[in-house]
Design a protein around this ligand. Structure first.
Ligand code: ZN
Length: 665
């Protein structure tokens, strides 16, 4: 069947484009075999896959994300394509597809290098030869001479020779010139082998093509380091089947029933799911496959309708132009592969918490995330777990208060995201000991007033009962005006309790400047926060043990995802391009995308500093108030739940906010 289809569809002799004619006049054989077809088109119509859980004709819907990479491979400007991924991402198969494509469309001497000798032999006999026999246009290229296919070499009728090598066979890597290189698992190669293999490509300086594939192993491994050499760096952006928004899939969005910490309980398909960060829809694996297929169908290389999209691939912010880059790096996270179920990733993650051994970390990062193991991950990984285990109930069961005795003032902070506002309320006491009271998310675009109304109603009505029986409201709220600033600015003007802040990445700034800056654009004054300094402080405080000064408490209501966000960044050494000095900067850990909880906690630190509460005076006032309350007859009213509007004498509430606290405005 494939054969017949082939005869009908295949255009053997297209009208040669005139500009090519002169160039190829002496190469008739090559010329004849050069229809204007991309590698993706060729693979779809022709290629047979022998070794796979789904053998048969190549079906682009099995690995839709490869379509864009095959299309890139056929681009004239491409010389080197580096693919970093995890297991099950069909990287090796991708190399073989391009081999068939080269052989049919534009043959040239080829070197295929596998990680070891055994894999090299197996590749030739099991994969390449089977592909040769089952793919119509390749079958025709066989010579019929059995000597032309040995365990180390394939010679085709066009004269194209394919050499098989392995990473340690330096001698084999250093012989004849080659035009096409397909290098697998390059992290396992000795450096000398890479150099030798590249040296063989020199004869074809203007037309060679190399593919390097590897499961990322460590941050200093070849495939991770080489991304810096690449002119374009790409990520794949699946499109949510529920809301139509695209994003880079992140394992942090995998969820499973609350409370499960035992990896063995996540053994079944469907026991974990993926949550779209845009619309919170729960994806099952079929939804994921659909999201990947929809992405591959998106192609807008000029970015005429928004960002540049190349069959679902999008350049990173620091990437060069995909349409002209000679060296391109792409990351295939296993999450986008239909062969990778969510529950396996979730279980592997839990295993790294229960047993953070080298092997478990390696499996989780390399195989499940397609990322290198962070170089100092052992200490880091435990921190979100430690903090999660720190959670506590502040009072006995059924207590009608939320704020314990030692805490005397409440602050809030708001982070603005493209589709929601996030807010945390923190209680503070002597020595800056803190208690996380509540973390809330308000869904809605910050450009629309509705979500701000929700936030305002919440903050305006929020009363938290103190252990003394007094009611506290939130004294000051820091609001991030760094995103959708005019809307955030408008919100800030609604109340004197709201304070505009903006994070600055300039290293070495104090967390809170001595003076607020004025913004005419947002019509508010705002504090430019040295967030890196704030993070240094916060992480120093997180190591404070027991109760007491600077210790951070969290309530049982906080979920694990919160702590993952809180610990999403870690200090990294980086060279300052301007000064040349090595500096420590806070950067997202690989595999982490969401860090709102961290930003919000830093804003809370800042607003506490701006508020500068006099803990001793506030404590005295609360005591006095408690005595008053004890003298007064109990009221019939039930204590207000957090966030519920509760009519209360206005005087008492404003006492906490204005008299007990020194404002600077
Ligand atoms: Zn969605």
């Amino acid at each position: 069947m494939t054969n017949l289809a082939h005869k009908e569809d295949y255009t053997w002799l297209p009208a040669p484009p005139p500009r090519r004619f002169r160039l190829l006049s002496g190469e008739k054989a090559v010329f004849r075999a050069r229809p204007d077809e991309s590698a993706a088109q060729w693979a779809k119509g022709e290629r047979y896959i022998a070794v796979s859980s789904m053998p048969g004709p190549y079906d682009p819907d099995v690995t839709p994300y490869l379509t864009g990479l095959l299309e890139l491979y056929s681009q004239e400007h491409l010389r080197e394509l580096y693919i970093a991924g995890g297991s099950q991402s069909a990287k090796t198969d991708f190399m073989h597809t391009t081999w068939g494509y080269d052989a049919v469309i534009d043959p040239g001497p080829t070197l295929i290098v596998m990680q070891d000798r055994e894999t090299a032999v197996e590749t030739l006999t099991d994969r390449l030869v089977t592909m040769l026999e089952n793919t119509p246009s390749l079958r025709r290229l066989r010579t019929g001479n059995p000597d032309d296919i040995s365990t180390r070499r394939i010679r085709l009728r066009t004269g194209m020779v394919t050499y098989l090598g392995w990473a340690q066979s330096e001698k084999r890597l250093a012989s004849k010139p080659i035009r096409y290189g397909k290098f697998d698992e390059v992290d396992l190669w000795p450096e000398a082998s890479i150099k030798k293999a590249y040296a063989r490509l020199r004869a074809y300086e203007d037309s060679y093509k190399v593919i390097e594939c590897c499961t990322a192993s460590t941050e200093s491994g070849r495939i991770w380091v080489v991304r810096k050499q690449a002119q374009a760096r790409l990520d794949f952006w699946p499109v949510c089947p529920f809301c139509g928004e695209a994003h880079i899939m992140d394992a942090a969005n995998i969820q499973w029933p609350e409370g499960i910490m035992d990896p063995a309980k996540l053994g079944d398909k469907g026991s974990a799911w993926y949550q779209c960060p845009h619309c919170n829809a729960k994806w099952d694996e079929e939804d994921r496959n659909q999201a990947v297929r929809s992405a591959a169908a998106l192609h807008d290389p000029a970015g005429e309708h928004g960002p540049v999209v190349w069959h679902g691939w999008r350049p990173r912010p620091d990437s060069g132009d995909i349409r002209s880059a000679a060296r391109i790096w792409a990351h295939i996270p296993p999450l986008i592969s239909r062969f990778v179920p969510f529950h396996k990733i979730a279980a592997a993650y839990l295993l790294t918490l229960v047993e953070p051994s080298g092997a478990n970390l390696q499996y989780y990062y390399n195989d499940c995330l397609g990322l290198p193991v962070p170089e100092d991950s052992e200490g880091e990984l435990t921190s979100e777990k430690e903090l999660y285990e720190r959670r506590q109930n502040y009072g006995p069961d059924g207590a009608d208060w939320q704020v314990p005795m030692a805490a005397v003032v409440l602050t809030g902070a708001v982070d603005v995201q493209a589709d929601r506002l996030e807010c945390e309320i923190v209680a503070w006491g002597e020595g800056h000991e803190s208690w996380g009271i509540e973390y809330k998310v308000f869904h809605g675009k910050p450009q629309e007033v509705a979500v701000w109304d929700q936030l305002h109603d919440f903050l305006d009505a929020a009363r938290y009962r103190h252990e003394t029986g007094a009611e506290l409201h939130v004294a000051k709220v820091a609001v991030d005006v760094g995103y959708a600033g005019d809307h955030a600015g408008k919100f800030v003007r609604r109340s004197r309790r709201y304070v505009a802040v903006r994070g600055s990445n300039t290293r070495g700034l104090p967390l809170v400047p001595r003076k607020a800056s004025k913004s005419r654009k947002w019509r508010v004054s705002f504090y430019e926060l040295g967030v890196d300094t704030g993070k240094d402080t916060l992480f120093a405080w997180l190591t404070a043990a027991g109760s007491g000064p600077r210790y951070c408490h969290w309530h049982m209501k906080y979920d694990f995802e919160y702590f993952r966000m809180l610990c999403a960044e870690r200090p990294k050494k980086e060279k300052n391009r301007r000064t040349g000095r090595i500096e420590t900067v806070w950067a997202l850990r690989d595999g982490f995308i969401r860090n709102e909880a961290l930003d919000i906690r830093v804003y809370n630190l800042a607003i506490r500093e701006i508020l500068n509460p006099n803990y001793a005076r506030l404590t005295t006032k609360l005591r006095e108030q408690m005595e008053e309350l004890q003298e007064a007859p109990p009221t019939a009213e039930r204590p207000g739940e957090a966030g519920q509007a509760k009519p209360k004498p206005k005087k008492k509430a404003s006492f906490i906010a204005s008299k007990g606290v020194q404002f600077d405005d």
